[in-house]
Every structure is written in C-alpha cells, then in structure tokens.
Design a protein around this ligand. Structure first.
Ligand SMILES: [Fe+2]
Length: 307
C-alpha cells in the first residue's frame, strides 16, 4: 500500500513522501526513485522542456546548446540521472548526484571540487511552471548540467569548489570565536554572491553577441528572455569587487546582471576571488542578502573539530 500511495503522489517538490522520509532520516544522498514519478510529473517536464527549446536557441551560449545535444535529454520523459551521467562523465568527469534537499555550503563546494553536482530529483507542481524558490530537477538537469559538459566551465566550477578549502583554512586560523564567525559569514556571503551573479545568473559576450550561461536564467522561460531583452535590466561588465558586495533577492527577476568575456575570464575571476580571500579582503563584505544559515556555518566550523 505505501508503494501505491507514493506512486500516486509522484515526486513533486515538497510533496514527495520518498524524499521527505529521507530528509527525516537525515539522509542527504539518495537514489533517484525513478519508478515513483507520476504521469503528471513527466507531463510537467515535457511542458517545461518544450517551451524552453526555442528560447535556448535564441539566448543560450553555444557550449550550453552543445551540452543539451550531447546529454541526449528526452523532451518527453524526466531524465534518469544514470543515463545523464553516462553521457556527461566521459566529457568532463562531472556527474549528477541525487540529493534529498538542501546541501550545506561546505558539502556543496566540496562536491563541485570532486566533480559531483548535487541534484534535486523532485519536479515542481504542474500549476507552478514559472516560479519556484527551491531548485528542482528541471533547474538542475536542464539549467546546470548542460554547462558541465564544457571543459573550461567544468574546470571553473572545480576551481570554485576548491576555494572552500581556502575559506576553511582562513577562518580556522582565526582564534577568536566571534571574529571567526563574523569572517566566515562574510566569506560565505561573498562566495554565494559570486556564484549567484555568475553560475546562476551570468551573461557572456560571445561572437554572436550577448548570451546567457547562468543556470537560473537557462531554466526560466520568462526570465531568460527578460534578462536578454528587457530595458529594465542593467547589464554591466563584471567587477569582482562589485559582485561580492552586491546583495540580491531571489523572489523576483534580477534587475542587475554581470557580463563575462568567456569561461577563461570566469576562471581568472575565481583565482582572484581566492587571492582576495587569502588576503582577508572577503572578511567584511557589505551586509545584506543572502543570509548565511547555521547549517552553512557549521559545515565549515566542524571540519577540524577536536584539532
Ligand atoms: Fe542552481
């Protein structure tokens, strides 16, 4: 009977008993229980995917388009992570790894360092196609993972993941507990802002003009077009000092986006970010969004417990 109940309820965001039970047991890494997707879940994927394709062709960077092609995603059925990885792994060593929900900051960065991408297995409800604050499999697999097929982008992501080690070393060297907490909060805020304005919402100059490479844009039917064509959006060449001090809000279209000149440029910015981190320049960035959670702080502070 419980099996039947799960099958009927599917794997819909925040309503999936399989995932909620894993969360309750404190299990972060899970299997993708593919048999539990309902027909409605597959239909949601199909509708999301089909309306995105023409927008990708118009606004996505060419590495992303090549990535969608090489992953052989099925427009009609939710993807099996195993199959995605079979195409993805040989290209860059990256793989999608199913998780039950929120991944604390250090764990998330460390996954990237190991070429693993924590991936949500649930999909948004059929009546919420346009906006959901939490990630779902459409955002993760069709927004992020195609970018992971590109070697230069994948290496940048790994480099970013490595910065978490530098961050941990820096803050664990601060003996005063209050200062350590303050410094870590600031560094995590700076890293989250960098990730947001590049990996999630980045724009890129290309031979064909401005294109999107940020996954938050590439998985959003409305915001992808808005980001590229609306006069309401400010688009500026990225400046690291600006991005790390710029608060953002997640519940509306972004009014400010930053443009990079390519993935080599992006990689060099991550190098610079790490250099600034070592020099203490991230210890006191502008306050404001995003908040840094207890779980994020703990994931760093408990690394060397007992040292
Ligand atoms: Fe994301």
């Amino acid at each position: 009977m419980p099996q039947l109940l799960e099958r009927a309820e599917g794997l819909t965001t925040a309503q999936a008993p399989f995932v909620l039970a894993a969360q309750e047991r404190g299990e972060l890494y899970i299997r993708q229980p593919y048999e539990l997707y309902s027909e409605e879940n597959h239909e949601t994927w199909r509708r999301l995917y089909s309306r995105m394709v023409p927008r990708w062709e118009r606004y996505a960077n060419e590495q992303f388009l090549a990535g969608v092609h090489s992953l052989c995603l099925n427009p009609d059925r939710l993807p099996r992570l195993e199959e995605v990885n079979r195409f993805l792994c040989p290209l860059t060593g990256f793989r999608a790894k199913a998780v039950s929900g929120y991944v604390p900051a250090y764990v998330f960065f460390d996954c990237l360092r190991n070429r693993e991408f924590p991936t949500t297995v649930t999909i948004r409800p059929a009546d919420h196609l346009d906006y959901l604050p939490e990630p779902d499999i459409f955002h993760d697999i069709s927004g992020h993972v195609p970018m992971h097929t590109d070697r230069a982008f994948a290496d940048t992501l790994v480099r970013f993941g490595e910065c978490a080690h530098t961050a941990a070393e820096r803050v664990l060297s601060i003996r005063n507990e209050a200062l350590r907490l303050q410094g870590l909060t600031s560094i995590l805020r700076a890293m989250a802002r960098f990730f947001w304005f590049t990996i999630e919402f980045g724009l890129m100059n290309t031979r064909k003009g401005l294109r999107a490479y940020g996954s938050g844009l590439l998985s959003s039917f409305g915001e992808l077009e808005h980001s590229m064509s609306s006069a309401e959006v400010q688009r500026y060449p990225i400046q690291l000092e600006w991005a790390i001090n710029q608060p953002f809000e997640i519940n509306h279209y972004q009014p400010l986006l930053f443009v990079v000149d390519g993935f080599d440029h992006l990689f060099s910015l991550v190098d610079k970010l790490e250099g600034w981190m070592k020099a203490g320049r991230l210890d006191n960035v502008e306050a404001g969004e995003p908040g840094v959670s207890e779980a994020d702080l703990r994931s760093f502070l408990e690394l060397h417990k007992g040292d």
